[in-house]
Design a protein around this ligand. Sequence first.
Ligand SMILES: [Zn+2]
Length: 334
Amino acid sequence: MLPFKLIYSDAYFLPIGEHVFPAEKYRRIRDRLISTGVADANDFLEPQPATDQDILLVHKPEYVQKLKTGTLSPREELEMEIPYSRDLAEAFWLAAGGSILAARQSLTDKVCISIGGGFHHAFPDHGEGFCMIHDVAVAIRRMQRDDKIRTAMTLDCDVHQGNGTAAIFAGTRTASALLPSSTSTVQQPEGAPRGKMRGAHAGDVFTISLHQHNNYPLHKPPSSIDVDLPDGTGDDDYLAWLDNAISSGLRQFEPDLLCYIAGADPYREDQLGGLNLTIEGLKKRDELVFRVARTHNIPVMVTYAGGYARRIEDTVTIHCNTVIAAKEIFASLK
Ligand SMILES: [Zn+2]
């Protein structure tokens, strides 16, 4: 039995037909975790859908109304890049409910993983890039409304920049300022291409995004810290940047909750990514995040976001490794 809970429902499945987004990954992850003995059935909690009131903590009433009545314009549906249906909207309401439950559970168990969610390209008034509802933002706002937390930090390690997250929490931020050069504190191999780190002060939610610079989204609204990684960044450079970004973030900000968006798409075999991380490197990434959370005693909730490996089994392995990493880091707590 795991020392924390996994949030999962069969209804996390996104009914989007043949699509580059492997909607069946959630069920496969659950099945793999059980068949390999990493988790058993008692480790899983079934979420309830978020209420409309929860969704409205982040999203505009007009947009929510369109989603509930199926009245998105063709252009809005095209921008979302997934085919609208009432069932699909319900799956996103459930993902948001799963993230709310993961946030709440992490406050008691130190860590909680939702085998879903991480829809970081959703904006208050529209969906984008396979994302309809920003489940993580909804969870943060709900925890704040319930007075469970005051502040939160998002740590987005999906290969694509967290544009929705940056936009949603931008209102609480002052003008951006350049961080001291990170190159002095990050060891990089001689001649390795250098990434760029940009930073801004935060309000009640501090946002960090590590992503490939030359990738979707074209327009990247500023996060509190953005790390723009060059094409082909490998394990060692990535881990150094990650370590640097978290350290910098935690010097500037004290979060009551860490929201880790653990995308599987920085993987070298990803169809929509251009970084060069190995499966082992991605597990080290997860371990680093969990070790920092544990050391600083910050509750951490995890969502899964993207993953488009040529072999879906690799995506499943990467996501399962996140659970194994949490198990290894947090096992000795109880
Ligand atoms: Zn992605």
